[in-house]
Design a protein around this ligand. Sequence first.
Ligand SMILES: Cc1cc2nc3c(=O)[nH]c(=O)nc-3n(C[C@H](O)[C@H](O)[C@H](O)COP(=O)(O)OP(=O)(O)OC[C@H]3O[C@@H](n4cnc5c(N)ncnc54)[C@H](O)[C@@H]3O)c2cc1C
Length: 270
Amino acid sequence: MSAEEIKTTYPFYHLDDIIAGNHNLIDKGYFDGNTLFDWWKRSAREKGVEYLTNEVIAMTLNASGSQVESVTLATGELIACGTVVNASGPRAVRTSRMAGIEIPVEPRKRYTFIFDAETPLKGDLPLTIDPSGVHMRTDGAYYLAGCPPDDDPPVDYDNFVQDHSIWEEKAGPAIAHRIPQFEAIKLINSWAGHYAYNTFDQNAILGPHTTVRNFIFVNGFSGHGFQQSPAMGRGTAELIVFGEYRSLDLSPFNYTRIENNLPFTEDAVI
Ligand SMILES: Cc1cc2nc3c(=O)[nH]c(=O)nc-3n(C[C@H](O)[C@H](O)[C@H](O)COP(=O)(O)OP(=O)(O)OC[C@H]3O[C@@H](n4cnc5c(N)ncnc54)[C@H](O)[C@@H]3O)c2cc1C
């Protein structure tokens, strides 16, 4: 959409510094991640999946290093395994190192803010990705915004400390600049989370390792893992059961591209 087209449909934006925008109206929406995750977990239990509340702290490989034979839990038990799936989010490399494998994934902090507006918009605010790097949208009765910090180093796995200057100096001003009606807004809630950031090409890493053949990656989602997770989960299940992808060819995401230094770059990361 040109700036004029945006202005006609969404008159609340300040557009003097905008040339054009991109908006998809087909199958667009948002969902509550916790509810969806909970539902999947319950469905999996009903189908016989067993969940253990524990931590994997080590892995034992066979003599040739081609198979993980067992994983060791923090409570001391050993679990023999046909296949190991590394689905450990921001801790991906911590887990892969247990099998002697390096992958380019690190925890990077991302900030989320829930805010109320003194003068709310008449309709919903579509997901708006501002050139400043701040994104925002309607979130139930309120609005949600988020952004990366300007300085974006890897952080400790347990570091979820909020940095309030990001709201005051970056997100708040960017929101008020883009939507002048949002000059009077009140922060309701905020938190910091971790992206499992793939420093190589910001895309998912899937499939088996080249040497440790029963070690499968589902890693490196770089902030877009939830929307991809139904496909990634089904594809990985097919790989384990049939030895191949059947519903969708997910091979462009294969781990081999990391070893072969062939990036499959995801540019649309917010
Ligand atoms: C602020 C923020 C906003 C986001 N917004 C979006 C969005 O709009 N759309 C989208 O698609 N995605 C979004 N994401 C990304 C999405 O949340 C992640 O990609 C997704 O949750 C990753 O799922 P996962 O199962 O790979 O990892 P996680 O959900 O991190 O799960 C990993 C699990 O592994 C466990 N674990 C780790 N190590 C061990 C161990 N040694 N032993 C046992 N268990 C272990 C952890 O406890 C955890 O339960 C966002 C992320 C953040 C932080």
